[in-house]
Design a protein around this ligand. Sequence first.
Ligand SMILES: C[S@@+](CC[C@H](N)C(=O)[O-])C[C@H]1O[C@@H](n2cnc3c(N)ncnc32)[C@H](O)[C@@H]1O
Length: 234
Amino acid sequence: MEDAGNPHGCEDASSQSQFSSNDKFQPSKLGTKEYWDHAYERELQSFYDSGDVGEIWFGEESMDRIITWLALQDIPKDAALLDIGTGNGYFLIELAKSGFTNLTGIDNSPPAVELAKAFAEKEEVMTLKLQVADILHPFPNLSQYEICIDKGTFDAISLSPDDPAEKLSLYRQALHSVLKDGGLFLITSCNWTKEELISHFNKGFEMLQELPTPKFQFGGKTGNSVTALVFKRK
Ligand SMILES: C[S@@+](CC[C@H](N)C(=O)[O-])C[C@H]1O[C@@H](n2cnc3c(N)ncnc32)[C@H](O)[C@@H]1O
């Protein structure tokens, strides 16, 4: 994937969150559909050429963390789960391999969905429902889910050069409409702190748990480069 200036479009671990309190939204190419279309067109070609599926955002441990947490809950394996901005679909394939059977992934980038379909076929995971859709404009057949997962998509939308605050507000409303009452939302972010995420999702959601992520130390302070939280829809 094209170098976005740092590994995951995030500042490195020794610096602050990408958004400082005075300058919340710094537009970036990572906030545009063109960027993702271009990136996944190249990843799709690379997949067809060499079988390389491309970037795992936040690394393997970001998937393990959530799969381990889900396994500890009393969640039926056929619970309806939506991966918002599924990218190459890697996470859904791992969830299917861990036994989940009712998995949907959406992405507004057509080549991402094509890549996810091709990768799932290669891995012989034939049960995924993958579709091109924009979470900011959910359409009626995007039915209600028991679990929604976001790994890097809220971050990408935050970087939109075009009215990000409005888009983040739309995101929260859309999430609320696609999640069932009492449903779970698991978000992994590198651009937002725990407090910022709690504040953003305060309306309509309650924070249930913070999942442990690697910590760094800098200037005598300890912080996390990645935040992983579980919310419950109210
Ligand atoms: C940082 S990537 C993460 C991909 C994937 N979740 C992963 O962990 O590998 C962000 C993804 O969000 C998708 N995306 C951005 N805005 C979106 C939107 N409004 N609706 C659906 N997907 C979106 C991008 O196309 C891209 O696949």
